[in-house]
Design a protein. Structure first.
Length: 425
């Protein structure tokens, strides 16, 4: 299954308008525990756990609507920041969720023994072809795909115009020149949320994804046939990492969280941030009229190599040991049937089902991402095939580098040590 991740690129151009660890931020729980009415039947409680705290209110509204239509069902929905830790704790304590969120590929595989086979569910035939590979383990389709997502540089068009920037940067040098122009105009170029893990492993994804054969390189890394330092564009990655700090808040970037980053960008305090399409809703909550867009972060000085990472980041999965499997499956069928209302219109996700439609209301970030997809200018989310745990390990190591506690050589060694340890596990 390791190599199937990269087969997705062959079908991107077929997806067209169908296309759409991830957000982070301050932990917020949406515990929905009231039951709506009683028709005399036995009440059933379904426990739902997921990340993506930026849609906490939307998830709460969705389950409240479902409970109103199904008065004998109570959905306890918890949306959390430190998701992986809480999920493992819930399973270890016996308080297992009935339905939860899982990334695809290696993460899906690691949970597969706990998951129900959803291959024969009526909505599965409407799942986008791009979504199938990440959810498939040993021939079983284990997930309900929620969305397509991509990440790059989100920018304020008005601030770019104010600085006299007429063309988007397509190379790393042009990106640095863009930051210089913004700084010269008295505009802070970047706010990077280096306190958070996911922006850092998103950046660390780039040298893996830009390999000529990412799957083959990953196999070599896992087999000990090459080192992280052998990745062709690893030096470019460190250049990009430094750019965000040098033209942003420097060491203070380590104290900037997701909420701070969104607020600074949405209020026009900074012109750029490295983030993804999932930020559209929290940005527009702060400033619904912000004139913004998104472009692929250039890793090299060859504009033909500049591509945007796009993938299906995660799925709802069903705990096969749930006492209420039938009720959970009814909920998923309802969610698919009402997917346009909740997945698209409410969550503002670019849907991963062929019978759901993208709309202009999804906003400029989704539209800009779609252009990269339609033009075949994408790379995979290679981190989906990293050994389990590297997504958690690598940001801490990179934070030490940004903070000046280690140099590049030491950082590469620490990353390699973490990789080797996870592979052995």
């Amino acid at each position: 299954m390791k190599k199937k991740l990269f087969a997705m690129l062959t079908v991107f151009t077929m997806l067209g308008a169908l296309v759409a660890g991830c957000g982070g931020g301050t932990e917020k729980n949406a515990d929905v525990k009231e039951a709506a009415g009683d028709n005399g039947g036995e009440k059933v409680t379904i426990k739902l756990l997921q990340n993506k705290i930026e849609i906490t209110d939307k998830v709460k509204a969705m389950v409240e609507d479902y409970m109103a239509e199904n008065p004998n069902v109570i959905i306890e929905a918890q949306v959390v920041k430190d998701y992986n830790t809480i999920l493992k704790t819930r399973f270890a304590s016996g308080d297992e969720p009935d339905i939860f969120y899982s990334n695809g590929y290696s993460i899906m595989e690691s949970w597969s023994e706990n998951l129900l086979d959803l291959s024969n569910e009526p909505w599965m035939e409407k799942a986008s072809p791009l979504s199938i590979e990440g959810m498939t383990v040993d021939g079983k389709k284990l997930g309900f795909p929620l969305a397509f997502e991509g990440f790059g540089v989100i920018y304020n068009k008005d601030l770019f115009a104010q600085a006299g920037i007429e063309q988007l940067p397509a190379t790393f040098t042009e990106l640095k020149e863009t930051a210089e122009k913004l700084k010269a105009a008295g505009i802070e170029p970047y706010t990077e949320a280096y306190q958070e893990s996911f922006p850092l492993y998103h950046l660390f994804n780039l040298p893996f994804a830009y390999e000529s054969d990412p799957a083959a390189s990953l196999d070599k890394l896992k087999n000990g046939e090459m080192k992280i330092g052998d990745l062709k564009y690893i030096d470019n990655f460190f250049d990009v990492l430094g750019l965000g700090a040098d033209y942003g808040k420097g060491l203070e970037s380590l104290g900037v969280n997701y909420d701070n980053q969104i607020s600074n960008f949405a209020t026009g305090k900074t012109a750029m941030m490295h983030q993804g399409v999932w930020t559209i809703d929290p940005i527009q909550k702060v400033n619904p009229d912000l004139n913004m867009g998104m472009f692929a972060l250039p890793l090299t000085d060859n504009p033909e190599e500049t591509r945007m990472p796009v993938s299906v980041p995660g799925y709802y999965v069903v705990n096969k040991n749930s006492k209420h499997v039938d009720e959970v499956l009814k909920f998923l069928e309802w969610l698919h049937q009402n997917g346009q209302k909740y997945i698209v219109d409410s969550f503002k996700f670019i849907p991963a089902f062929t019978d759901l439609q993208t709309t202009p209301e999804l906003g400029p970030l989704a539209m800009d991402m779609s252009a990269y997809v339609e033009n075949g200018k994408t790379v995979p989310w290679a981190f989906s095939a990293w050994p389990v745990g590297i997504k958690e390990d690598s940001p801490k190591i990179l934070q030490a580098y940004i903070g000046g506690q280690t140099n590049k050589e030491q950082t590469l060694q620490e990353l390699q040590n973490a990789w080797d340890l996870r592979v052995k596990k």
